[in-house]
Design a protein around this ligand. Structure first.
Ligand SMILES: C[S@@+](CC[C@H](N)C(=O)[O-])C[C@H]1O[C@@H](n2cnc3c(N)ncnc32)[C@H](O)[C@@H]1O
Length: 247
């Protein structure tokens, strides 16, 4: 049995097993626990990424593929979307979803660790991640790998949970996030890893908005913009790879 403390060290194998244990209910719980806001957050991340209809997009930590799907909606027939995840149960569900929605031709998903992406440098106009980078064992190395595969002038987009700033809203939200959400998550997922207790703990242990911006800048990303959504529950960071930066 992997403890919460062990999970928070974010050893890849533990994280992979935890997501494998909740994969089958992951989409359902996303909808319930976010009150269906998750879809609009991903849509917003696509909107602020500056993507053009002919773009090549890479969505890492893609899970069941929802951000990759949101990107595919704004591309034309010249565009391509790829998704990757190191949890095979998630990748299998993404593949089923794409087939069901007739999107298997437009989006390719694969097993891959975000720390070692099987692509050449400077390949994608946008490299994105939603609710994934927080779980990667080495945050800076994960962002650097995303930046590596992004073309010069392209964007790295990170959608992640963040901490609301309004003190009144924050106390109400934290009661839900720390006390109620883990109970609902446990009840429905029956995950032995307590994945939905790990969720608030990992968010509270994650760098704040400016901390994440600094990490992106330390990976060579410029003009990092920060967009808070839904009273700061989530934030989208968009950074640009220098036009002259080739790795
Ligand atoms: C919270 S889910 C997010 C899924 C999806 N992006 C979404 O918007 O719902 C996090 C995903 O990140 C994946 N993940 C965590 N660390 C990873 C790593 N180092 N490499 C690849 N995938 C990773 C997990 O397997 C899981 O599917």
């Amino acid at each position: 049995m992997i403890t919460q403390t062990e999970l928070l060290t974010k050893k890849g194998e533990h994280i992979r097993q935890m997501f494998g244990s909740i994969a089958r209910v992951y989409d359902l719980l996303n909808t319930i626990l976010s009150f269906n806001f998750d879809k609009s957050w991903r849509k917003f991340a696509v909107k602020v990424s500056g993507v053009t209809p002919d773009a090549r997009i890479m969505d890492v930590c893609t899970g069941t593929g929802d951000l990759a799907i949101a990107y595919s909606r704004v591309l034309d027939s010249r565009g391509r979307v790829f998704g990757s995840d190191f949890c095979h149960e998630m990748v299998k569900l993404a593949v089923h979803k794409l087939i069901k929605r007739n999107l298997a031709g437009a989006i390719k998903v694969m097993d891959a660790d975000t720390l070692h992406l099987p692509f050449r440098a400077n390949t994608f106009q946008v490299t994105s991640v939603a609710f994934g980078i927080r779980n990667v064992s080495d945050l800076k190395a994960g962002i650097a790998e995303m930046a590596r595969i992004t073309e010069p002038g392209g964007r790295v987009v990170i959608l992640e949970f963040s901490q609301p700033t309004n003190p009144v809203f924050k106390s109400i939200y934290y009661y839900y996030f720390k006390k109620i959400l883990p109970c609902i998550g446990k009840l429905i997922s029956r995950s032995k890893f307590n994945a939905y207790s790990y969720l608030p703990s990992s968010v509270l242990n994650f760098p704040d908005r400016n901390g994440l911006k600094a990490q992106m800048e330390s990976c060579g990303l410029q003009d990092v913009k920060i967009y808070a959504r839904t009273l700061g529950i989530v934030t989208v960071h968009v950074g640009r790879k220098l036009s002259t930066q080739t790795t």
